[in-house]
Design a protein. Structure first.
Ligand code: HEC
Ligand code: HEC
Length: 332
């Protein structure tokens, strides 16, 4: 009997270690690696993400503004859209966006599938219509065959397009950052300064809003709690969705994962550096003026949130046919 109990206890301990009994109890949790259940759909979604033929110009793809070589963003204050139009708002990263409670700064799309239809038809972004985009794909024999093998029918619809893009986006997670290694119990994963920065970040209250695996994306919060945020950008935040005046300047708390790569910061892109963003957050969200040394510590911590970037073979897009509409980058 005694032997049996010991064996059971050992088995439990081993099982516990296997699923991370050493995990530190912190308001931010490690990012889990992507679980791919349908690799063929992910592959199709990857092609569509990179395909500029989903835009009227034939020149702009999702990757134009969510460049996966640049942390899933475009590193511009606000994006450039069809006919070189100045976009109204900063492009958030697509990395780890599957972890957020909703999509867009104001949360107007519930999930990635709903989101993906937006930019294709947005006149200031890809400037197409869903019908024209789907019609274009139908003229490309390679896509017809691939939709057939992924969905079991050759009929291409906008729902299938957005489902495939969302499946690809769900793979764009960035596990294994130094901070995640520390969360999983590796004391050596952070330097003294990085750890001091994390403790300051946690204990001064940044985690009230930047929490969960993405260090953000779990709530909408007012930008400018202690002092109003001064900006020329007309974005109203969540009020645009709810129509409620009290939701003015409420934005989805952005993820801080890979924030080292996704400059410039805030919905208007007006903070050029992490130092500036941290200083503004301290004053406006916490009523606290950090010293230069404190800001340097927090920035050192924020840089430990850069995880393994998605790596994959660049997709080869199936060629157009003679029936495919010609690109029209200079349309009037
Ligand atoms: C012209 C630039 C541009 C193009 C092209 C573009 N996006 Fe975006 N994307 C943006 C901007 C700007 C936002 C933020 C808009 C807002 O919140 O109002 C955004 C938001 C998003 C979000 C929400 C992220 C978050 O944290 O809320 C996702 C996901 C996304 N885009 C995916 C895509 C996909 C998929 C495509 C291709 C079908 C695409 N984007 C094409 C600029 C672009
Ligand atoms: C009350 C909630 C709240 C608190 C507390 C808070 N933040 Fe934020 N944070 C936000 C919101 C909301 C935004 C987006 C604001 C915008 O774009 O206008 C944001 C944006 C950021 C950004 C820019 C991210 C990007 O991609 O644009 C950084 C960096 C940041 N916060 C760091 C911090 C740090 C460091 C602290 C603690 C000193 C902190 N935040 C405290 C809500 C909060």
């Amino acid at each position: 009997m005694k032997l049996k109990t010991t064996a059971l206890a050992t088995a439990l301990i081993v099982a516990g270690m296997a699923w991370g009994a050493n995990l530190r109890d912190e308001p931010i949790q490690p990012i889990a690696a992507a679980k791919v259940t349908n690799p063929a759909m992910v592959e199709l979604g990857k092609k569509l993400f990179f395909d500029p033929r989903l835009s009227r110009s034939g020149f702009i793809s999702c990757n134009s503004c969510h460049n996966l070589s640049m942390g899933g963003s475009d590193n511009l204050k606000t994006s450039v859209g069809d006919k070189w139009q100045q976009g109204p708002i900063n492009s958030p990263t697509v990395l780890n966006s599957s972890l957020a409670l909703a999509q867009f700064w104001d949360g107007r799309a519930a999930d990635l599938r709903e989101q993906a239809g937006g930019p294709i038809a947005n006149p200031a972004e890809m400037a197409f219509t869903h019908d024209l985009a789907v019609g274009t794909l139908r003229t490309i024999p390679g896509y017809v065959a691939e939709f057939k093998s992924v969905f079991g029918s050759a009929d291409i619809s906008i729902e299938k397009v957005t489902q495939a893009i969302a499946a690809f986006e769900e793979t764009l997670v960035t596990p294994n950052s130094p901070f995640d290694q520390w969360l999983k119990g590796d004391d050596k994963a952070l330097t003294k300064q990085e750890l001091a920065g994390y403790k300051l970040f946690r204990d001064s209250g940044c985690v009230a809003c930047h929490n969960g695996p993405a260090a953000g994306g779990t709530s909408f919060q007012k930008m400018g709690l202690f002092e109003p945020y001064q900006t020329k950008n007309p974005a109203k935040g969540r009020a645009a969705v709810t129509g409620q005046d009290e939701d003015r300047m409420n934005f989805k708390v952005p993820t801080l994962r890979n924030v080292e790569l996704t400059y410039p910061y805030f919905h208007d892109g007006e903070a050029a550096t992490l130092e500036a963003a941290v200083d503004i957050m301290g004053r406006l969200q916490l009523g606290r003026k950090y010293s230069q040394a404190e800001i340097a510590d927090i920035v050192a911590f924020l840089k430990t949130l850069t995880g393994d970037q998605p790596t994959f073979v660049m997709p080869l897009l199936p060629p157009s046919s003679s029936a495919t509409p010609k690109p029209d980058p200079w349309a009037k």
